[in-house]
Design a protein around this ligand. Sequence first.
Ligand code: PRX
Length: 640
Amino acid sequence: MSQEENLPFNEKYTLPPYKETYRRSLEDSERFWKEQALELEWTKPFSKVLDESNAPFYRWFPDGLINITQNALDRHVKTWKTNKAALIWESESGESRTLTYGQLFNEVNRLARALKDLGIKKGDRILTYLPLMPELPISLLASARIGAVHSVVFSGFSHQAIADRINDAKAKVVITTDYTVRRGKKIPLKQVVDEALKQAPSVEKVIVVKRPHFEDTKMTEGRDVYYHELVSRTGYKKVEAEETSSTDPLFILYTSGTTGKPKGIFHLHGGYGLWTYLTTKWVFDLHDNDVFFNTADIGWITGHSYIVYGPLQVGATTLMYEGVPDYPNPDKWWELIEKYNVTVFYTSPTAIRSLMKYGEEWPKSHDLNGLRILGSVGEPINPEAWRWYSKNIGHNELPIVDTWWQTETGGIMISATPGLGNYMLKPSANGLPLPGVEADVINEEGTRAKDREKGYIVIRRPWPGMLAGVWGDPDRYISTYWSKFKGVYYPGDYAVKDEDGFFFILGRADEVLKIAGHRIGTREIEDVLISFPGVAESAVIGVPDPVRGEVAVAAVVLKQGYEPSENLKKQILSHIKDNLGSLVIMKDIYFVTKLPKTRSGKIMRRLIKSVLSGQQTGDTSTLEDETSLDELKKIINEFE
Ligand code: PRX
């Protein structure tokens, strides 16, 4: 054995490629970004790297022309990759499809042509309500190709969520399908869109992907058209990518914040394209023979960046699966990894925890030796889940990249970077910042926190993948991200940094919950609760959950004339489901006569949280009425 092989795993690899790249990215940033950006194909090269004149509305490569689909498609179809698998799809329904880069390119062109024929132009918004099926990435790419702006709504969201997003984005087109499949059941989707459109007048056309064995979809004459009929109307004709500027919007993706209304985070062709391209290489180290399996849904940023745009721009094969991991058996994902020789696998801690309970036999019964790198995203990974993942999927050998980032950051910000030779892993740490990411931890006063002191993570300079703004609401962009601390980007997470510069992300610092890794604002749930006729006031908090990380609990004050009952609770829960979809897991609703509030009327969620988790309530001197807590304690004790 060479001396190198004798070294423990974490020291086997040297850091220089990463360290040197990181150093240059900050010290010689203009040249660094220029070099990196020139790895992409540009219709017209840029002369300026970053426009800071309207900060914090930073604009990257402002005078360059680039369309992300040129780099995701055109560039590969000119090479041998035209015959390489770009996208592999399987569904719980038994359907499956593999599209080479050439075939994907043709499909995208067909839809792009059809959208143009419908009169859709550069800048128009297209909303999709589709499950993981090939038509979803095809729709995104076709939209991008003609310079339109896509907005994906997760297929588990309610009609209300669709309507709100259509209205905010003023979308002209919706692309949907008959149904999706889940645990052997067909779940209608087009019907949900029909319901949403009753309150969303901007939509002119609905394109419906027809799926086998389903007759329940009703089509509205003049408005609705089947996808297959639409794309076959005109014969095949290539559509040149629209000459979009680097700073033209590519998509809007809605995400929860601390106020009731989800915000439309939007990203641009150039900066987002570059960031997803680079981070895919740096973190996942994808090469020509890699098959990448990301279990996220394209309804979230993880799917946008690392099912669609990152893997396709680097020319890898991306695998997507429609269905849950434990149906028909809890080895569905392990089966797919074996079947398609997956080399890099990316999933969430919640998914790992939910599969752990079925035991080790399930992964053991599959050959997972093709895997090289494992990833985790969405929430902190607890040591137990990390160990199970490492042992059973990674044979105690593979690096697990614990990638910290957000919808707003466009791509990964903090993680190990195997593609840059940085395999440095520490228990519970996310890792070091990626090149170009000047991250720091600061305390409430805005000064740098000491090593291992808990504070807020901030990013001290712009990076290419950063959000361009909040759609239609520039003030909200500034107040949410650039106002808590002067001159730095504020992500809203607690973190610590250790003496080696490793970051440990500890969770949200604001009123945002992470239920199974999905982001939802407590205010958003409270707004829905008080829209229920009998509810006068409500306070929602998150409580720990062994599988989902966190789930929601509400304390509710009823209006006069309403009495607490199990039946009422059920009605309220179904009201939440109708309005927010199935992602909000409400563990319980407690009926109280008053909420703990400060004298100035602010609800003290912190105290409710302490009572519910059986902890000391600490300082209660600002409470207006101490009996409000006693009542809550009594109810909880009775309940338990
Ligand atoms: O709190 C952090 C958590 O997820 C938030 C971002 O959520 P979203 O925009 O939905 O994007 C999720 C996927 C990128 C962050 O503010 N988060 C994300 N990844 C991690 C994480 N927390 C800890 N460790 C992670 N790896």
